[in-house]
Design a protein. Structure first.
Length: 259
């Protein structure tokens, strides 16, 4: 299917690896001009070069911390009028809420809620004026089914989702859509490192822990970043203008619910 977005401009955050990279690659294959963001310049430049080589797309890398005002300004200076915005950020640490300070909460809210809202604020009126905009927030399956030890993430990501639910319904009349992609377990470096750390703590081989984790999934496997990226590209496509304010859970059916 031709997604109808060739020549569009996109900002993709957290794009040096994992799910963000998967989204960037899928958009590049559709002929989208990319501005990629991550904090570490080396891995980001490597990813940008890889995408240029494999797709021929125009790719600009902006290594900056978008949780800061200066970082957001630098990113938006590189692409002040994007047609597509994919927000993405690593989750805060796990733990017991009794041990979290007010500063811990403010950091989590800034990184996983407020930063995304401020990026949306910066670009949405331009999208409305051009009568095309696609905003995809990469959040977490925890929005649908919270994880007990991830309270910081549960709270911040649910806050973003709640805010977007209202805004999405204000702007869809202008062919501007805002939706969420909620990943479950995907083949990423982050997931592997979490499983390997758990294996070390249990004194079992990492390969065994990974096999057990896959077996525990409803689909008996992890999702791939390519699958995730393809879902993102569709939500960003010209064909998805009637999909607004939705939260698409990509977890192989592990969430046991009908709604």
């Amino acid at each position: 299917m031709d997604m109808g977005i060739a020549g569009r401009k996109a900002i993709v955050c957290g794009a040096s690896k994992g799910l963000g990279k998967g989204c960037a690659l899928a958009l590049a294959r559709e002929g989208v001009e990319l501005v990629l963001n991550a904090r570490s310049a080396g891995p980001l430049e490597q990813t940008a070069a890889e995408i240029r080589t494999s797709t021929g797309a125009t790719v600009t890398a902006v290594a900056t911390d978008v949780t800061t005002e200066a970082g957001r300004a630098a990113l938006l200076a590189a692409c002040p009028d994007p047609d597509i915005l994919v927000t993405n950020s690593g989750g805060p640490p796990a733990g017991d809420f009794r041990n979290w300070s007010g500063e811990d909460w403010m950091k989590a809210l800034n990184g996983n809620m407020v930063t995304h809202i401020l990026l949306i604020k910066a670009v949405i009126d331009g999208m409305i004026g051009r009568r095309f905009g696609r905003i995809v927030n990469i959040t977490s399956g925890a929005v649908k089914s919270p994880y007990p030890n991830l309270g910081l993430s549960n709270g911040a990501r649910a806050g973003l989702t709640g805010f977007v639910a209202g805004l999405a319904r204000q702007v869809s009349q202008h062919n501007v859509t805002i939706n969420g992609l909620l990943p479950g377990s995907h083949e990423t470096d982050r997931l592997r490192s979490i499983i390997e750390a758990g294996a070390k703590a249990q004194g079992i081989p990492a390969a065994q822990a990974i096999a057990e984790a896959k077996a525990a999934e409803t689909a008996k496997r992890f999702g791939t970043v390519e699958e995730f990226g393809a879902a993102c590209a569709f939500l960003c496509s010209a064909h998805a203008g009637y999909i607004a304010g939705q939260n698409l859970l990509l977890d192989g059916g592990s969430y046991n619910g009908t709604l």
